[in-house]
Design a protein around this ligand. Structure first.
Ligand code: LRH
Ligand code: MN
Ligand code: MN
Length: 406
């Protein structure tokens, strides 16, 4: 059977299920995922960073690699940066270089975890001078965001304590709140502060923003410009992440995602590699919210970002795999027949409701994605296109010892 014949058969089956394929295709063509500059560099566990040959030596080379991911997937036009990992003298030049590659800079991530001064906390340190230094660093990131035309400051705080009694939890909360108010007030009205939470690590007793509820409480107090960022690796095992997503969507307080996957903790593995059903169920909530007038605007403004570190995988193929897995999960979520689902829910038909969701997950979306890519002028198989491009071999001349985690 030719690809066209396979697609025709697939399309007929979906039409028979009551799916509007043109709408699905349109949504897929407009879908974007941001890749992180740090996902292209050397990174690893606390035990060992395995250096790879060909890894970018600076931000400009990271952008070149990100451009390859965008070239074959057609859905990654922005790149998140992390300061000071990606600090350069001239951010105007970065903006121009990114534009020459068909890219833009996305979220600017302050780094409040790799300075000796932050050993006992950054924004929650007992020392006012350290807190000032941390706030000033975020201010610097806001300036950088202005220079590169980014509207997002993405904040993850490593602050926390290792032992009971080590810190005054409420005093730290108040210092944090004070700092966040200062930061948000310095941001332009169209900028957003995305507050990321994580239940442990590097701190092992308490983390100052441990879960979505705390991030939400801060975001509520801070007002319009502050929202919550959900990193899929930052929950205890067994957490129903799609429930959190649905709740935050309904409250208008979810601003972004850090996609990755985990088996145990913050494993930062390839998105969708361990639990593709969870990823699909998250997209199921996002699609549902995008169709509800109450939540459509929030759903529309979500920054989809990948946050991974590749320890043993080749960086660019791992990033492409992640992006494709996100696209697959989204495509499947678009195939849920929402009317059938709603009706089953209203009559409390547990089996039919669960089937309406699972049925979409079980659809093979390969023919659809190949057709969409062809309509976008892309190769039907992005991974193959990348591997055959010769880029992976070309960058080997950069040698070993590229920029990455210290
Ligand atoms: C923390 C985190 C956060 C950092 C990134 C490198 O675990 O998810 O988003 O900025 O990793
Ligand atoms: Mn993250
Ligand atoms: Mn993380």
């Amino acid at each position: 059977m030719t690809r066209d014949q396979m697609y025709a058969l697939w399309e007929q089956r979906q039409k028979d299920r009551g799916i509007d394929i043109e709408w699905v295709k349109e949504r897929l063509k407009n879908f974007k995922v941001e890749t992180p500059s740090w996902g292209y560099g050397d990174s690893g566990t606390r035990f060992k960073v395995f250096k790879q040959r060909g890894v970018p030596r600076n931000l400009f080379e990271k952008l070149e690699d990100a451009a390859q991911v965008h070239k074959v997937t057609g859905m990654c036009p922005t790149v998140a940066i992390h300061i000071p990992w990606d600090k350069v003298d001239d951010f105007e030049k970065v903006k121009e270089y990114a534009a020459s590659l068909g890219l833009k800079i996305g979220a600017v991530n302050p780094n409040l975890f790799q300075d000796d001064d932050y050993k006992f906390g950054s924004l929650t340190n007992t020392d006012a001078a350290v807190r000032r230094k941390a706030i000033d660093h975020i201010m610097e990131c806001i300036e950088i965001a202005r220079k590169v035309d980014s509207k997002i400051i993405s904040l993850w705080l490593a602050d926390g304590t290792n032992y009971p009694g080590q810190g005054d939890i409420r005093a730290r909360k108040n210092w944090l709140e004070e700092a966040l108010f200062e930061v948000v007030n310095a941001m332009d009205s169209d900028m957003r502060l995305l507050i990321e939470y994580k239940f442990f690590e590097p701190a092992f007793y308490h983390t100052d923003i441990a879960d979505w509820g705390m991030a939400y409480a801060f975001a509520m107090k801070l007002g319009q410009r502050a929202q919550v960022l959900v990193d899929l690796g930052h929950h205890p095992l067994g957490t129903n992440v799609e429930h959190i997503v649905a709740f935050l969507l309904d409250e208008g307080k979810i601003g972004g995602f850090h996609f990755n996957n985990k088996k145990y903790a913050d494993d930062d593995l390839i998105v969708g590699s361990i639990n593709p059903y969870e990823l699909f169920l998250i997209f199921n909530e996002l699609v549902a919210a995008s169709l509800d007038p109450k939540t459509a605007k929030t759903a529309e403004n979500i920054a989809y970002m990948i946050d991974q570190s590749h320890n043993i995988e080749p960086k660019i193929p791992a990033m492409i795999r992640s992006v494709l897995n996100v696209q697959t999960a989204y495509a499947k979520a678009l195939l849920v027949n929402r009317e059938v689902l709603k009706e089953a829910q209203m009559r409390n038909d547990v089996m039919a409701a669960e089937a309406a969701v699972r049925e979409a997950f079980e659809c093979d979306v390969t023919p659809l994605l190949e057709a969409v890519r062809e309509e976008m002028g892309l190769a039907p198989d992005p991974m193959k296109a990348y591997l055959e491009s010769g880029y992976g071999e070309k960058i080997l001349e950069r040698g070993i010892g590229g920029q990455g985690w210290e």
